[in-house]
Ligand binder design. Structure first.
Ligand code: HEC
Length: 164
């Protein structure tokens, strides 16, 4: 039995943990001073003034924790909120338009008509990953553990994007 192996194991764990912390600490280039509202700050950074907003992801270990912890709304839904089709690690993903006008409008998709969402529908989608009809919103959309104030500020920002 090699007596040195526990030392190696501890060193490797330390290197691994350091690497993970570096990924988690990775910050996008947006500077908080540029934001005019909390909603905009959350949209661009996934953080409020209190720091990163906790989030979980449905059904998947297929994205690394570093990537999930750093992705903000803008990274998937885009600067204009319109979403689109993106190639992600596990293939193309259709990211929906989340401007308020798009969510509040009656929509038709695959022959199914969905009534316009209310603000509380949008809130449930963001926090609980549940659609108004009870359907699950799929990964990679995170479930965001936001306070009432935070989720309201994000909804206000979705409205602001309509005015651009
Ligand atoms: C890692 C990518 C990703 C991030 C980050 C992300 N989303 Fe999403 N979001 C998605 C995808 C993909 C869907 C569609 C999932 C589906 O089709 O079930 C979605 C769905 C939604 C929906 C439901 C829209 C609809 O028409 O079904 C809302 C609302 C939403 N996201 C808001 C947000 C907000 C607000 C943030 C930031 C706080 C955010 N998302 C961050 C990928 C993301």
């Amino acid at each position: 039995m090699n007596r040195a192996s526990p030392v190696w194991a501890v060193s490797l764990i330390a290197i691994g943990v350091t690497g993970m912390l570096m990924v988690i600490a990775w910050a996008p280039s947006w500077t908080s001073s540029a934001f005019t509202s909390t909603g905009q700050q959350i949209y661009y950074t996934g953080s409020s003034a209190k720091g990163p907003i906790a989030r979980t992801i449905a059904g998947g270990a297929f994205m690394g924790p570093g990537m999930m912890l750093s992705a903000a709304c803008v990274d998937c839904h885009g600067e204009d909120g319109r979403g689109g089709r993106f190639g992600m690690m596990f293939g193309p993903v259709d990211v929906p338009d989340i401007r308020y006008s798009a969510l509040a409008a009656t929509r038709s998709k695959d022959g199914t008509t969905t009534l316009g969402w209310t603000e509380s529908d949008i809130e449930r989608a963001i926090r609980d990953g549940v659609e108004p009809d009870g359907g699950r919103i799929k990964a990679p959309m995170p479930r965001w553990h936001m306070t009432d104030t935070e989720v309201q500020s994000v909804i206000d920002y979705l409205k602001e994007m309509d005015r651009r």
